[in-house]
Ligand binder design. Structure first.
Ligand SMILES: NC(=O)c1ccc[n+]([C@@H]2O[C@H](COP(=O)([O-])OP(=O)(O)OC[C@H]3O[C@@H](n4cnc5c(N)ncnc54)[C@H](OP(=O)(O)O)[C@@H]3O)[C@@H](O)[C@H]2O)c1
Length: 328
């Protein structure tokens, strides 16, 4: 049983998620990589419990996180049972369905059949009675949006989730989904898009949509999977995501040109008295729509570093222009 730090709520900032009653920590921890069956349980435990000690109350999962798929939820379930069960009401735990999880026509996308069955499997793996947030993980071009949103509404009404969200939906579909969910009486709480200094798609209409609709935003891959840190400045470390066979970040994407760009950003971060990871986190949090920066980690020290970003969230116009220029 982990005894959490009594100071855990003193350093973290909590931000309101859209126009809802729910507050999220400015930094949240995602379990996509480094919490699977191929990873070390003790390191996963140290990161989850250590994050909670820092006031990180929000843990982001999905049915398919691992590898193997499902194993990150099993890892979280073990740590929850051993260490955090007494603190269930202090935690916001999310899961998702939409990517391939089991064979046959019901194992992915956005049918009611897939979403409800997948969440039941996730709850079992995590040993939970409900999740706080359940997401549709990716838009489904073939299932009527009414069916997918109806399934999310059912999931809340049946007690399997408290809130629902969507991930990677374009602005138009986000507006449609929000209107349907509002009509059903289960408002869309949150949108989870990819966003970083090197991936700007949300700036072309999505952030504006989320502001209008009162939906929170929790950007992911804010460090571009580790590229936007000092990690690759001198080559590809053996224990890095880019070096691992199951990592989603491919070795060949760490090009000389990108490393040169990262070097310039790193010098800017140093001038601000921050690490580059901290600057990248502060940069996504600068929008009023950004509820929380969703980070991944392979060690507790990376999570501690991320939380240090909150000491300096301000950018002047010159810095923002320079970041645009360097990353253009
Ligand atoms: N909705 C979706 O479709 C979707 C898709 C992807 C991710 N997500 C969510 O977003 C979360 C984060 O995604 P991500 O892992 O791609 O995010 P990320 O924060 O961009 O990258 C995380 C990686 O950056 C490196 N890192 C972190 N802090 C560092 C530091 N202070 N110094 C140096 N390196 C540092 C680590 O790499 P090493 O492992 O190499 O140490 C870590 O694994 C996921 O866990 C998941 O919950 C959602």
């Amino acid at each position: 049983m982990h005894l959490p730090s009594p100071d855990r709520y003193e350093t973290m900032q909590y931000r309101r998620c859209g126009r809802s009653g729910l507050m999220l920590p400015a930094v949240s921890l995602g379990l996509w990589h480094n919490f699977g069956g191929v990873d070390t349980l003790e390191n996963s435990r140290e990161m989850i419990c250590g994050a909670f000690d820092l006031g990180i109350t929000h843990f982001d999962l999905a049915n398919n996180y691992g590898p193997p798929p499902g194993s990150a939820e099993e890892t979280f379930g073990k740590v929850f049972a051993d260490d955090l069960r007494a603190h269930r009401d202090e935690l916001v735990i999310s899961s998702k369905a939409g990517y391939l999880m089991w064979p046959g026509p019901y194992g992915e996308w956005g049918s009611r059949k897939n979403l409800v069955a997948s969440l039941d499997q996730s709850l079992k793996r995590m040993g939970l009675g409900y999740v706080d947030i359940f997401y549709h993980h990716r838009p489904d071009p073939d299932t009527p949006l009414e069916e997918t949103m109806g399934a999310l509404d059912f999931i809340v009404r049946s007690g399997r989730a408290l809130y629902v969200g969507i991930s990677s939906y374009q602005p138009d579909d986000t507006r449609k989904a929000a209107a349907m969910l509002r009509d059903l009486g289960t408002p869309c709480l949150i949108h989870q898009p990819s966003y970083s200094m090197v991936n700007r798609w949300v700036e072309k209409g999505l952030l504006e949509t989320l502001g209008d609709e009162g939906i929170g935003c929790i950007p992911f891959s804010i460090l571009a999977q580790g590229l936007l840190t000092n990690k690759y400045l001198n080559g590809i470390p053996e224990d890095s995501r880019a070096a691992k066979p199951h990592g989603f970040l491919k070795r060949e994407t760490i090009t000389e040109q990108r490393v040169a760009m990262v070097g310039k950003l790193n010098a800017m971060a140093e001038a601000r008295g921050q690490t580059l990871a901290q600057m990248a986190i502060a940069w996504v949090l600068r929008h009023p729509q950004s509820t929380s920066a969703l980070m991944g980690a392979s060690s507790l020290s990376q999570i501690q570093d991320a939380v240090g970003a909150l000491a300096n969230l301000e950018f002047d116009a010159e810095e923002l222009a320079r970041i645009d220029e360097v990353t253009a």
